[in-house]
Design a protein around this ligand. Structure first.
Ligand SMILES: Nc1ncnc2c1ncn2[C@@H]1O[C@H](COP(=O)(O)OP(=O)(O)OP(=O)(O)O)[C@@H](O)[C@H]1O
Ligand SMILES: [Mg+2]
Length: 263
């Protein structure tokens, strides 16, 4: 299992932050990671200090059908296929595409990096997604193998989750039989806040079988890091959240090994 997507149709729940920092933590463990930003907000790019226009973004890569020349390498072992706001237009244009649900999957399948298929060059491909259940999200669900759902430790965290799970089941049945819900990550956890604790407990109860033990704490350093174009792991390495992301990476790797699908 190599291709993971970070999905939750709720906005601002920590998808991009987890994608960036889990990717960075794995890159520090010597894994090669490609982070694909498939969100017009292009937050994964700005969080890694990269801003590109339409011509240099995944939008153009989709049009050309190949992505090698668009891939950036902002940190050792960590690569990015950046997005731009123009991706908004793709949602409309996709309707006209012949295999409109498979556009991202085909891009990954047909692209090479340094003469190797993407799946051979990279140990993991991560896809960051927008806060919607749109055709873009369908493309992501069709292209990936494992889904990681971030949950913010706030009221309403679990609301909307059943729709998401239903959507995942539908795609698994129709477009992507390999799709699997790989894990749920609880984030922005504040141990002084009773509600945060209650949400975490409730989520653990409902999703015992799939939830990651590592809780990502709320920390102001996490929200500052993107303005420096760095993952918090680099911006503030001794921060509790940075430590949590490194622990999450270990748990992620253990889970993959225990499922015996990797390497
Ligand atoms: N552990 C944390 N502690 C404090 N702030 C955090 C934490 N994780 C994320 N944030 C902040 O919360 C906001 C939302 O996070 P993020 O952008 O990762 O969510 P998202 O789900 O990707 O949002 P969107 O749905 O808009 O793509 C950002 O400002 C981010 O810096
Ligand atoms: Mg995001």
């Amino acid at each position: 299992m190599k291709i993971f997507a970070f999905i939750n149709q709720k906005g601002g729940v920590g998808k991009t932050t987890i994608a960036i920092n889990l990717a960075r933590a794995l890159s520090l463990r010597d894994y090669k990671i490609l982070l694909i930003d498939f969100d017009p907000q292009a937050n994964a790019g700005s969080g890694l200090g990269i801003k590109v226009g339409k011509e240099e973004s995944i939008y153009q890569a989709i049009i050309e059908g190949y992505c090698e020349k668009f891939i950036k390498n902002p940190f050792p072992n960590l690569y990015l296929l950046p997005s731009s706001i123009d991706l908004v237009g793709l949602e409309v244009e996709l309707v006209e595409y012949p295999n409109r649900e498979y556009v991202l999957k085909n891009l990954i399948k047909n692209s090479f990096y340094q003469d190797k298929p993407l799946k051979d060059f990279f140990d993991f491909i991560f896809i960051d997604s927008p806060p919607s259940l749109s055709l873009i999200t369908v493309n992501i669900l069709t292209a990936c193998e494992g889904i990681i759902i971030p949950l913010q430790c706030e009221y309403y965290a679990l609301e909307g989750l059943s729709l998401l799970v239903k959507t995942i089941r539908g795609i698994k049945k129709s477009l992507n039989p390999d799709l699997m819900l790989f894990g749920l990550v609880l984030t922005m956890y504040d141990k002084r806040n009773k509600l945060s604790h209650e949400v975490a407990e409730e989520a653990k109860e409902h999703f015992k079988w799939i939830i990651f033990n590592t809780l990502i704490p709320r920390s102001v350093r996490v929200s500052e890091a993107p303005s420096f174009g760095k993952p918090v792991i680099d911006y503030s390495p001794n921060n509790k959240a940075s430590e949590a992301f490194l622990k999450l990476a270990d748990e992620f790797l253990e889970r993959i090994k225990s499922r015996k699908k990797y390497p």
